[in-house]
Design a protein around this ligand. Structure first.
Ligand code: TEU
Length: 542
């Protein structure tokens, strides 16, 4: 038995439900599909799943536009099915973490519809941020704030009031100064805990509270940034957020010590990130600096050491992630030249040297690195198949509001959200009996679960092996000892005796004595080739 709370060393698998598995053949993933694949997830060896929003929603932002926090969107299933899914998952040894979206609702939420029907200054409008426009006629936005997806963060209603939306206009921001809002989200938390959820991934945890004076940001550049290193930005990372986190934490603590919540907080520095992990606040917060680090030994060592040191100051451990539904898949990122921004490349990448084989090789090595580190790791569906970003989706099928809101200057996040291939052939490669809501590449079948299952050396088998070894070797301790080797090789030893070596250089490197228990690619005798990682053990496996 481990002495650590489960989440401190957990591997958690992110299910983007719309694209995971389709149980009814309508082209959209659903709860029935997910239920049928629970044995797959259990066999993969993860401890928990995090399910992206499955609530009733117009799906203008893939479900991050919630119309009813206490019901399931009919395209995904029913509330009864959701409750059964959570119980089923538990029987498979999988905990369930849900996505909590407290910063904004959908414009189709009952509250927003009430607000629109009510006059300016009414209590119904006080649940959101409604402000008079600037200028004599009120025709200018109340502030210069910009939406993360592009364009102004305010939309006028025609009655003098404008409403705030830091994301899409279909996602009005809730007013966290209003006690009714706080009570409502607390109740939503209780609602899902009562249905067996273990905890929550909290969406845009660094926003919520806005400066009641609604000042301009002033600087155009600043207005666009998601992360700020000051404590008085009008809408990002304000100090009042921490009090809200403490209230939520108290609710979770009241439901048992297995509960947890993880913050999605894109903040400016590690120091600001670990503030979310203080006693009585979040259990975890994603460390996105790791996924933003270029393929370079010194840079990787630095970002890992910094995260370990910073989280230790609050008695916590890092939370690693390489891919999720918002970023270009890591198998593609690592295949791009170091000076190319993956996000920008999506738009007009054809001219760039993209090397998918190199990307996959490095992605597999990066995964072994991540899974060997102290702390927890979040895996994004499909990375265990080595899936690459589908960068050439035609404009006509793009669904991410980013594409439109950015005036077609950012392609958006659909390329990492393409439905999974389960079988070598079939109408949607086993995703379901019908089609897929986003078109899958023709070569997708060769990457399918069926094609990789049981095949030695496949990415799927590498993940399975590494996750099993992680459970056996890396459960109990949070220590890491760096080993002094070649500058181009990141090497460390865990207290259990397991060593991890990753070669970022261009020449082979000697593998230390011991047993190689997993490798990210073919080895060159007793040498570790470039862009490859190994785990080596000494002594008996516990
Ligand atoms: O994302 C928060 C966020 O600010 C970024 O991830 C941003 O969406 C992205 O960089 C834009 O390109 C969360 C969710 O993960 C995301 O899917 C939602 O769209 C967003 O919140 C709004 O709810």
């Amino acid at each position: 038995m481990s002495s650590q709370p489960w989440w401190r060393t957990a591997a958690i698998y992110q299910v983007y439900i719309r694209s995971f598995a389709d149980g009814n053949g309508d082209g959209t993933g659903d709860i029935a599909g997910l239920r049928s694949r629970l044995p797959y997830l259990a066999a993969l060896g993860v401890d928990a799943i995090w399910i992206n929003p499955w609530y009733r929603s117009p799906l203008n932002d893939g479900g991050y536009d919630v119309a009813d926090y206490r019901d399931i969107d009919p395209r995904f299933g029913t509330l009864d099915e959701a409750t059964s899914l959570i119980a089923d998952a538990e029987r498979h040894g999988l905990r369930v973490i849900l996505d909590l979206v407290p910063n904004h609702t959908s414009h189709r939420h009952r509250w927003f519809e009430e607000a629109l029907a009510a006059p300016p200054g009414s209590p119904a409008r006080a649940r959101y941020h409604f402000r008079r426009g600037k200028g004599r006629q009120g025709t200018a936005p109340p502030t210069d704030w910009r939406s993360v997806f592009g364009g102004p963060a305010w939309t006028p209603l025609g009655d003098g009031d404008w409403y705030l939306h830091l994301f899409d206009p279909t996602q009005p921001d809730l007013n966290w100064a209003n006690p009714e809002v706080r009570a409502e989200i607390e109740d939503v938390i209780r609602f899902w805990l009562a249905r067996g959820a273990t905890g929550f991934r909290v969406d845009v945890a660094h926003s919520l509270v806005k400066d009641p004076a609604y000042p301009d940001v002033g600087d155009e550049e600043e207005a666009l940034l998601v992360a700020h290193d000051e404590s008085n930005h009008p809408f990002w990372d304000r100090p009042e957020i921490h009090e809200i986190a403490r209230e939520w934490r108290a609710i979770l603590d009241g439901h048992g010590d297995h509960t947890m919540m993880v913050a999605e907080a894109w903040v400016a520095s590690l120091a600001r990130l670990v503030a979310y992990l203080r006693q009585g606040e979040y259990h975890q917060a994603f460390d996105f600096a790791f996924l933003e680090t270029e393929w370079d030994a010194a840079a990787m060592r630095e970002v890992i050491a910094a995260s370990l040191a910073a989280t230790a100051t609050v008695g916590s451990v890092p939370t690693w992630v390489l891919s999720n539904h918002d970023v270009v898949r890591h198998a593609t990122r690592y295949g791009l030249p170091g000076d190319v921004s993956a996000k920008a490349w999506l738009l007009d990448g054809d001219g760039t040297d993209y090397d998918p084989a190199l990307g996959l090789r490095r992605a597999r090595a990066a995964t072994l690195l991540m899974l060997a580190l102290p702390g927890s790791a979040y895996l994004y569906q499909g990375e265990e198949l080595g899936l690459a970003e589908v960068y050439d989706l035609p404009a006509a099928v793009l669904d991410d509001p980013v594409w439109i809101r950015s005036g077609h200057t950012e392609k958006g996040r659909d390329g990492c959200r393409v439905p999974l291939p389960w079988t070598v052939a079939g109408p949607s490669f086993g995703f379901g009996d019908g089609g897929a809501w986003l078109p899958q590449p023709s070569g997708w079948g060769a990457r399918s679960v069926e094609a990789q299952r049981g095949r030695p050396g496949s990415t799927l088998e590498m993940y399975r092996q590494a996750l099993a070894l992680r459970t056996a070797w890396l459960r109990d301790d949070v220590d890491l000892t760096w080993e002094d080797r070649d500058a181009e090789v990141v090497a460390f030893r865990r207290a259990s005796g397991l060593r991890c070596l990753v070669n970022f250089g261009e020449a082979g490197h000697p593998i230390p004595p011991g047993k190689v228990v997993v490798a990210s690619g073919p080895l060159d005798g007793d040498r570790l080739p470039p862009d490859t990682a190994v785990w080596v053990t000494e002594g008996q496996r516990r």
